[in-house]
Ligand binder design. Sequence first.
Ligand code: KIV
Ligand code: ZN
Length: 515
Amino acid sequence: MNDRVYIFDTTLRDGEQSPGASMNFVEKIRMARQLERLQVDVIEAGFPIASEGDFESVKEIAKQIRTVSIAGLCRANDNDIDKAWEALKYAEKPRIHTFIATSDIHLKYKLKKTRDEVLENAVKAVRRAKSYCNDVEFSCEDASRSDIGFLCQIVEAAIAEGATVINIPDTVGYAVPHEYGAIIRLLMERVPNIGKAILSVHCHDDLGLAVANSLSGVINGARQIECTINGIGERAGNASLEEIAMAIRTRAEALKVSTNINTEEIYKSSKMLVSLTGMHIQRNKAIVGENAFAHEAGIHQDGMLKNPLTYEIMTPASVGIKHSTLVLGKHSGRHALKQRYEELGYKLTTEELEKAYVLFSKLADEKKQVFDDDLVAILQDEISSLEETYKIETLQVTSGINIVPTATVGLKKGDQFLQDSSTGDGPVDAAYRAIGRITNIKTDLLDYSIKSVSWGQDAIGEVFVKIAIDGYVFNGRSASTDVITGSVKAYVNAINHAISARFRKEQSTNENVGV
Ligand code: KIV
Ligand code: ZN
């Protein structure tokens, strides 16, 4: 059997639909580009019928990403499939991914359909999808709790209709590895036309077994794994891509398969996702956690010094963690900065380098040491292609004990300078209220977090805010050595995202009506 395992990344679909992980249009495109550099085989870019935003981003990713297959999810009905194709038709390698539940629990309580009806639905859905494109994936939702006889029957019918990939989700994260592996093995043994399709695994992590179950599926014949960066996803998440890729690479002799993942892009992908969503990962997370390669115990350190093989099963470099922590100082020039960014995997244009250099020099003046993480933070904060409607010009806050926190904010909008003041529950709240008075935009603050991205008292703090405007959610982020300034910049960034999204929407509505 072929020993190549295809990696199907669903960070932008199953991952993005989980609470706290939403990304806007521009952020999804950035993440998709990074997934392409990571060399995943398939990017599931979204669920086109779910919202206009999802539709637009699947369409744009389909247009821009040419080397990877682009999948769009749809339920097993004509409307969903047609909508998915409308977005996917621009892709170099499009894949329609259609699904219907197959477990009796879902049939009885959710779908209120008989097995025969579900079978007929599935066959029709694959047929319709196949009329649009050759690559069609069919998923049996809640497969791990489905009757194995019915599962074999529906899988055989979907393949007969032309499905190229059959996905067997452990939707509720209920399976244990030997049991899940057995389902895959039985399908391999009992479905007569199974050789015409690739079997895929899609495991959720409710019992912390998603990666183990996925690997068990592979041992028993599956050749596609569906997973997400940092394991984000519904509830406890999906199988984590980095753990899967590194398990397969590190234990190649035990698993006897390989992937095409460029593992040196793993760390950067993980960091990018954290910075785009504000969803931080635990320090001891396998592969990408801060402590994943830190050896603290004396005995371990001693062993590592004598020979890294004693305690290190894979190197930090293999996942893209560079170990030069101290980078540049205030006397470093543009050339050194450019080279350092290249080592970190960022190729800057002349214009971006110029902007980065100005910010770097400012930071180097404020901080004694500038670390790699600081450089990445300023890059992600400042050098984005976002059209900035509002720019912060001035900020003054007063706060303390037994005084009312007050902020005065000055924003630039085009040539206008707009200034207002407000009191609040704290200095950040006061500043946000002042911005509300200037912009006249009413927001609900859904999430706010600050995290230090490097070390020391003068470390850069990365601020992340999530706001809702008229029911639509927008993220904003910023990096600064001053937490109040960072908080205000992140908030203005979220407002600029909202304004730019509205502008894009108006533009696309105009395109639709041919204006
Ligand atoms: O978990 C699941 O069952 C899914 C399917 C829609 C593939 O995400
Ligand atoms: Zn799922």
